[in-house]
Design a protein around this ligand. Structure first.
Ligand SMILES: [Zn+2]
Length: 91
């Protein structure tokens, strides 16, 4: 599991190398209220954001398996992942 914060290049490289992986989009200080699970190739999180930045206002927690991210959400953040409606990463 890898966290990308203030590291757009690192995040984009990871997403490119792990098209089958999963990404949680979270607030910079992760809150249980906003934890969205995406597939790594979801256009919602790979297209250019308004500021052209991906890892500043929001951070990306990335992993090859969604199970790791679910554990992180429950044990570290104290919340549950919500699946993205665009890429439908599953329950
Ligand atoms: Zn998505």
């Amino acid at each position: 599991m890898q966290l990308f914060q203030d590291d757009d290049e690192g995040y984009l490289a990871w997403a490119h190398q792990h098209p089958d992986g999963f990404v949680v989009n979270a607030e910079r200080r992760p809150s249980p209220r906003y934890l969205i699970l995406h597939r790594a190739d979801c256009t919602f999180i790979t297209r250019a954001s308004q500021q052209g930045r991906w890892t500043v206002a929001y951070i990306k927690m990335c992993a090859p398996e969604a199970a790791e991210l679910k554990r992180w959400a429950s044990t570290v953040v104290g919340g549950r992942l919500q699946p993205c409606r665009w890429c439908d990463p599953g329950p």
